[in-house]
Write a protein that binds this ligand. Sequence first.
Ligand SMILES: CC(C)(COP(=O)(O)OP(=O)(O)OC[C@H]1O[C@@H](n2cnc3c(N)ncnc32)[C@H](O)[C@@H]1OP(=O)(O)O)[C@@H](O)C(=O)NCCC(=O)NCCS
Length: 175
Amino acid sequence: MRSEFTIRDAVIEDAPAIARVNYLTQRHAFRGLIPNLELDSLDVEFLTGQWNQNLSLANPRSSTYVVINGESLIAYSRFYPSIDPDDDQDRVATIGSMYVNPDFQGIGVGRELMKTVLKAAKELAFREATLHVLVANKRAREFYENLGWKRDMEADIGGSGEATGSKVRYRKSLL
Ligand SMILES: CC(C)(COP(=O)(O)OP(=O)(O)OC[C@H]1O[C@@H](n2cnc3c(N)ncnc32)[C@H](O)[C@@H]1OP(=O)(O)O)[C@@H](O)C(=O)NCCC(=O)NCCS
């Protein structure tokens, strides 16, 4: 990642820019992977409302990080205690989002952001991290596998996460 990018904790004022990255990235990456209707009904204002809510909920074991390039927010990621029934939420964190603006993909932003997020989760005493990714999202799956994530189980976990469709879970030790 080039040195002009910085990574910091998200603040509530970031909600509209996070929503914008979410909107652009989903429309770019998920076309053909999830129903067009779902993509075409994405709405930046609605997403901004959701992010206002996410960022105002004070959970001491949840964090959102953003990547800034100049004045622009170009990527974000968020983790929180796992809500999977077979995982202990005291020790397992779930990476709930990992989105890089399409114009900035493939230059190391996601790798650096993931490093920051996993370090923060470890500092909050989580021992493992999981994430859910669309089975069909080959690019993201290769990205995670490249970074040492291991496929955990195959399951149709439907609406969990931000896009509907069959997903697989990946897992990584933080120790
Ligand atoms: C998946 C995503 C987060 C990756 O972020 P990124 O900034 O593009 O990835 P990076 O440039 O940091 O790549 C990190 C490593 O993964 C590798 N990688 C990235 N994409 C890859 C691909 N399609 N195939 C194989 N390896 C890939 C890179 O080569 C790099 O390895 P290297 O440093 O050894 O060369 C980003 O592309 C994205 O936002 N995609 C769309 C949204 C999405 O699918 N998010 C995940 C939802 S679960």
